[in-house]
Design a protein around this ligand. Structure first.
Ligand code: KG4
Ligand code: ZN
Length: 340
């Protein structure tokens, strides 16, 4: 019998300090996430300097907790996977330097991981991949459709031209005076309202898999301001429901068309907005009629940032022979297609 492969993953690209250990690419041995949301809330968004400082404070604590949760020592670990980018440079640097120190001190291979590849691989903790597949990536910083013909190979067939879906959620939430991060609040409100307000859907040119959410965001903000000027009131629940209906309509329609055109076996959903109830329900309804395509959506805890997904992606990158040198630096603009 082959020895189990144990990958330790580190994620610090934004406001979660996370360390996880994954066995044989698919099994969670340990998964620890220290969230900083409470510290950023009063500023209405992530403050980069505060994020970096928290990562420094939390890193060794989270690492020790992960090793103890997994009942392993560093000697048992085969490789250290770390988010190289994209993300906040000062935040990424803390994880990258922790990973380099651990790799050097314990003489372990260092594996660089793309944050979005991580989000996609959260799905492999749910079920095995069947290629070719498509991933609908909807996070705070990215909205993309990614085609995969094999492990570790990513082809972006469409992406946002302006705001990411999560970013639009957070900005609309701010307009409605809701705390950061706004996505879950809008989601909850949307279920209490009805989509009675007519808002735009950016389909872009015929056949395009690109997205655009800034027009929708502006339309919501204008609707609120116009109503204020006229002394009218709009039910925020209805506005939230109308906004969510527009986002979900575009995401589901484009994903469905891409799935058909590319003839894929699976549609994976990835990123923080994959936690959205409205999106999950609409996807389930759309794809339940298509028995030839398997819809995979991670549990809520694996949709938002975590290190289990980084270790899961790191596992296949490790198998592919991808290694980082001790000169590895944080790369806030890292391209997902670079390791193809
Ligand atoms: O993937 P993620 O944790 O971080 C990035 O890599 O960006 O995504 C965070 C984003 C935030 O914009 C947050 O508002 C959004 O995911 N989000 C949601 C929900 N839960 C988190 N958006 C809509 N509905 C949700 N339930
Ligand atoms: Zn993320």
């Amino acid at each position: 019998m082959m020895k189990d492969q144990l990958i330790l993953g580190i994620e610090t690209s934004c406001d979660e300090t996370a360390v996880a250990i994954i066995k044989n690419g698919r099994e969670i041995t340990a998964n620890v996430v220290a969230s900083q949301i409470e510290s950023h809330k009063r500023f209405g968004g992530v403050v980069p300097e505060i994020a970096s400082r928290h990562h420094v404070e939390q890193m060794t604590i989270v690492l020790e907790e992960a090793l103890s949760q997994g009942h392993v020592t560093m000697a048992d670990i085969d490789a250290i996977a770390v988010t190289e980018g994209p993300g906040l440079v000062g935040a990424l640097l803390i994880g990258v330097n922790a990973a380099k120190a651990l790799a050097f001190a314990n003489q372990k291979p260092l594996v660089p991981v793309h944050h979005i590849a991580g989000h996609i691989y959260a799905n492999r903790l749910v079920t095995e991949f069947k290629f070719p597949l498509l991933a609908l990536v909807v996070s705070g910083g990215h909205t993309e459709l990614v085609y995969m013909k094999e492990h570790g190979h990513f082809e972006v067939i469409g992406e946002t031209r302006d705001d990411a879906a999560g970013e639009a959620y957070d900005k609309v939430a701010r307009t409605l005076n809701m705390p950061y991060p706004g996505g879950p609040h809008i989601d909850r409100m949307a279920h209490e309202g009805t989509p009675t307000i007519d808002l735009p859907r950016a389909w872009l040119e015929e056949g395009s898999y690109d997205f655009s959410f800034s027009g929708l965001k502006s339309a919501v903000i204008n609707t609120v301001h116009n109503a204020e000027q006229r002394g009218e009131t709009i039910a925020p629940e209805d506005l939230a429901a109308s906004f969510q209906a527009s986002v979900v309509d575009v995401l589901v329609t484009k994903a469905k068309r891409a799935v058909e055109q590319y003839g894929v076996k699976q549609l994976l959903v990835a990123g923080g907005v994959a936690a959205n109830k409205g999106l999950r329900e609409a996807l389930q309804q759309t794809f339940s009629q298509q028995s030839d395509v398997e819809l995979v959506i991670p549990p809520l805890s694996l949709c938002t940032d975590n290190a289990a997904m980084i270790a899961a992606a790191g596992s296949v990158m490790f198998e592919k022979g991808i290694r980082a040198e001790m000169t590895l630096n944080a790369n806030p603009g890292l391209d997902i297609e670079i390791f193809n």
